[in-house]
Design a binder for this molecule. Sequence first.
Ligand code: HEM
Length: 285
Amino acid sequence: MPLKMTAPERTDLNEYEDYAQLRALLTLQRPRTDAPAELSFIVVTQVMELYFTLLRHEWESARDELTRPNADVRGVVRTLRRGHGVQDALTAAWEALRTLTPTEFDAFRESFGVASGIQSYQYRHIEFLLGARHPRALAVHEQTPGIHADLAAQAASPSLYDAALTLLRRRGFAVPQVLADRDPRTEYEGDDRVVAVWRAVYADEASTDTASTQTAHADLVDLGDALFDTAERHLRWKQRHLLSVWRSMGDKPGSAGTSGAQWLERGVHRKYFPDLWTLRDQGWA
Ligand code: HEM
């Protein structure tokens, strides 16, 4: 009996191109000048935007899970760890711009006019998920109402950390109601009572005296560590950005009209999830 072949319907796309949407993807790199370094700038920007999108996906899913009754905290930690891989790849992506000199950058800089990463709405989503809620960040998008509305909804939703506070309260820790009911559109600046809660969580782990004994809150310790790792990795990306800016344009003003490197420098010391940093100031042993 002849072998029956169920060949896929033939188009001029092979299966791999079709699955990865390569035809569309590979038409999107369009330098505006003949400057040799412009393509690397466009590709790195696009790669980073894809990774921002992926991080947004992971962090929204982690945030939503944390706010559910009986949240799967282990699952959230796995999601945040998957995000750590993405964050490491994001920071490593700066390597492709590491040789960009001011002369090479100036050769195409005028071609993008006032376009600036400050207009990146996927980046703004991830900053909002990390709890940064400065109103100026929304104002940048006033000319694009659809994006503005989407970002305003994110800014009015709990951050990853707000969701962690909800979880801690549900698990019986003394997170004040007033913090759990906080307006998410305002920045959370840290609270000593929550630092005390994290100290209690970590102290519980420290009190374990045999390897086989499970602490009641081991999953919360892992969550605290995963959140801290997330914050630290985000700062690494910001620091590498600043180094690239110094290298490629020195202290000249940015295309969005900021003071450039000086403006970015203010952001690289920001402590996302501040209680977890204060806890380190004080220690928990
Ligand atoms: C060496 C190349 C780059 C230079 C010289 C540079 C320069 C700057 C400057 C000066 C700013 C401040 C805002 C302004 O006035 O424009 C800025 C902001 C920003 N850039 Fe870049 N940039 C570079 C590459 C990138 C890439 C590849 C991305 C990835 C998408 C990116 C994302 C951002 C973001 C998200 C902001 C806003 C940061 C915030 O709001 O805290 N930049 N950039």
